[in-house]
Design a protein around this ligand. Structure first.
Ligand code: ATP
Ligand code: MG
Length: 396
């Protein structure tokens, strides 16, 4: 007997006339995620997306894991296919949900019938299956209001399906329905979470990472690519643009006041990211900044960094505490990689006393000592692109 996956669509159902755009995006995102996992049929009906095994072999467990990380899905269920016959349905429920039926104290059966030619109506079918299950699991009490377990039976065109309570999905909106962005990915805890949060709201992403060899090591780069790979099942396949940042940093150190080093460096990051955004046709930059976390994340410092790009700089963590970010990082699986102790280019040449409230005029004056456009262009031209497929398996 076949298993299928049922995905309940989230906010998509509120989208009115645009709804089909969201559904089509979700279906194409699902197909892309399942491409390496075998032969599946994917379609939507009445706010549910169905993932069914096709004719060839397929990895159902892998598909289930991939669907848990697909934005736009509020909850998901594995269901067992069976014959459209009341006793076959009872047998399938026992086989499939036996453990859960044994553990639960209360239950109810709910039936949905899209095949109206089925001889029982939904209420009759629920009563029949509920009665039979009660005979087989006499400890169970029926509870129509707050049951521990709801057994759902669906009668569809060719088969019936039985499933239990759903598991929570990733929520949000399908990646790509919110446009495209460029996410500045460091090796820290914050920036992977920031990218994840924006992807959750439907933003398709590419990443930019700044490195400063030999001050930063090959291991630091590997760590960032590992983070990008961990994000891929959530955000989709993407490119990591690795920007050589050493020359810029050395020039700032040589020619600018030490207290302004960080803010000027961050302005260069924005300029290069902006160039990448032009190329990828992105409409926003994303950072992991949080108000007041460090000197470069004060209002004044962020005003200085925002000023070099016309694109909105999205900072989804702006109002979050570190603890909340850590909790999310653990949930999405990036935390353990983020805390590996490799240096970031931000920790190279850090000033002892960075200016906490830099003024735009003093920053611009300090930058006059630098060939800003040439340095930006040189860094942009030196970019190495690493493609990360949606599975997270890295091919170069
Ligand atoms: P994180 O944990 O993300 O590293 P942080 O608290 O260390 O953040 P900063 O080092 O000030 O903060 O960086 C702020 C943001 O700037 C990061 O969240 C990230 O978006 C971006 N950023 C910092 N360093 C880099 C880098 N080497 N490459 C790309 N983006 C970076
Ligand atoms: Mg950092």
């Amino acid at each position: 007997m076949n298993e299928i996956i049922l995905l309940k669509l989230g906010e998509i159902v509120l989208k009115g006339d645009n709804r089909h755009v969201f559904e089509e995006k979700l279906v194409s995102n699902i197909r892309r995620r399942l491409k390496d996992l075998g032969d599946f049929r994917v379609y939507t009906r009445q706010s549910i997306a169905y993932v069914e095994p096709g004719d060839g072999p397929c990895d159902m467990a892998g598909a289930w894991e991939a669907m848990k990380k697909t934005f736009g899905v509020v909850d998901l269920n594995l269901a067992l296919e069976c014959e459209k016959d009341p006793d076959a349905i009872v047998r399938a429920a026992c086989e499939y949900l036996g453990d859960r039926l044994r553990k639960a104290k209360t239950f109810k059966v709910e039936s949905k019938r899209s095949d109206k030619s089925f001889p029982m109506n939904s209420i009759e079918l629920s009563q029949y299956v509920g009665g039979e299950l009660h005979d087989l699991f006499p400890h169970l009490k029926a509870d129509m209001h707050k049951p521990e377990l709801t057994v759902t039976v669906e009668i569809r065109d060719f088969s019936a399906y039985v499933h239990g309570d759903p598991e929570p999905g990733a929520g949000g909106l399908p990646v790509g329905t919110g446009g495209r962005g460029v996410s500045l990915l460091s090796g820290g805890i914050d920036s992977p979470v920031a990218g994840w949060m924006m992807a959750k709201r439907g933003l398709a992403l590419d990443m930019v990472h700044f490195e400063s060899p030999p001050y930063t090591s090959p291991q630091a780069r590997e760590k960032v690519l590992d983070l990008a790979s961990l994000l891929a099942p959530w955000v989709g396949g993407h490119a990591v643009h690795i920007v050589p940042f050493t020359h810029i940093q050395e020039e700032i150190r040589r020619a600018c006041p030490e207290e302004l080093f960080t803010v000027i460096m961050r302005r260069f990051m924005m300029r290069v990211a902006q160039r990448v955004a032009e190329r990828t046709r992105a409409g926003a930059l994303v950072t992991g900044e949080s108000l007041g976390q460090v000197a470069s994340q004060t209002m004044e410092a962020m005003t200085c960094t925002q000023a070099v790009t016309p694109l909105p700089v999205l900072r989804p963590l702006i109002g979050m505490d570190k603890e909340e970010v850590v909790r999310l990082a653990r949930k999405i699986g990036t935390y353990d990689t983020s805390i590996q102790p490799y240096e970031d280019c931000c920790t190279v040449f850090t000033p002892k006393h960075p200016r906490i409230r830099p003024g735009m005029e003093e920053v611009k004056r300090a930058e006059e000592a630098l060939a800003v456009d040439e340095l930006t262009e040189e860094a942009y031209r030196g970019i190495e692109r690493v493609m990360i497929p949606v599975s997270g398996d890295r091919r170069r």
